[in-house]
Design a protein around this ligand. Sequence first.
Ligand SMILES: Cc1cc2nc3c(=O)[nH]c(=O)nc-3n(C[C@H](O)[C@H](O)[C@H](O)COP(=O)(O)O)c2cc1C
Length: 325
Amino acid sequence: MVDITTTYAGLKLKNPIIAASSGLTATLEKVQKLVDNGVGAIVLKSLFEEQIEMQGASMMETSDYPEAADYIAEYVKSEEIAKYLELIKNIKSACDVPVIASINCFRADAWTDFAKNIESAGADAIELNVMRLETDLFAASDNFESQYIDIVKGIASQVKIPVTVKLSSHISNIPALIDKLRAAGAKGVVLFNRSYRTDVNIENECLTSGKIFTTEADLHDSLRYIGLTSAVVKKISYCASTGVHSAEAAIKAILVGADAVQMCSAIYKEGPEVIGKVLKGIEEWMQRKGYQTVEEFRGRLNASDIKSATMFERMQFMKYFSKSK
Ligand SMILES: Cc1cc2nc3c(=O)[nH]c(=O)nc-3n(C[C@H](O)[C@H](O)[C@H](O)COP(=O)(O)O)c2cc1C
């Protein structure tokens, strides 16, 4: 028997597989299925700052009293928050699984009170889903980073439970930002969130939405940045997300330095049973390789030596380009 327990952002997990934030974790019934299939932890579907504001705005359109705006916005927010807190309490009393709440936020001050309520409701951690797209021609890049840092500082200072940050891969110097997030109080980072895919329909000549689900081929950015950053920024946990569909992908992520991995598309496509398949695959691989614990192979292939650092930093297919016409 091998030991597949791990520690992620200070949480002791019975195994490294976390169900990622999505519709899969939006109700107690769905979470129960993930737990029955052995998941190590779950991240609840995000509560979206934007979504709450939009709901408030659409209710305001039906109101004859403009001065009702603030009242409606607050009402919608508190209703949504109350439902979310109820969900946390229900899952914690029905399931033996660490629950990571998820907030999608883009303002530093918007969720600080709510973070305390999440903690009181029994959540084990908070994942901040910070997805920003900077398009302002005149914005300084350090301004962009400081917004992430302010959000983490604002929330981490309010709660005792660990705060983690799920990042987009479309940001500048990722290792430097992660180091600053660690200093601001983040206990873990999730690399990476998947952004909405823009596509084009050439027959109708209109913009459309691209594929929602990932494939295993989408894993590479997570491997690169976990491999690079885990070698130089310590005292923060790493979780791989995007493209983890199999035991092989989970093992790769752990070998480059991940403490845990998140799965979403594979569960949507194959059902919660895929979790058991991945766990079995990890155990079989560990037995075949003679590893007793996850810690024995975690980070073995990160960028801590010059040879692997060079591999992670390679950006171009030089040999391929020079040989092919
Ligand atoms: C239908 C769907 C809903 C999602 N909802 C959220 C969400 O509410 N919050 C969040 O942080 N990520 C959300 N995600 C992103 C996933 O958590 C995950 O980061 C992404 O799908 C990449 O992982 P995968 O390759 O395992 O699918 C969603 C993804 C899908 C497919």
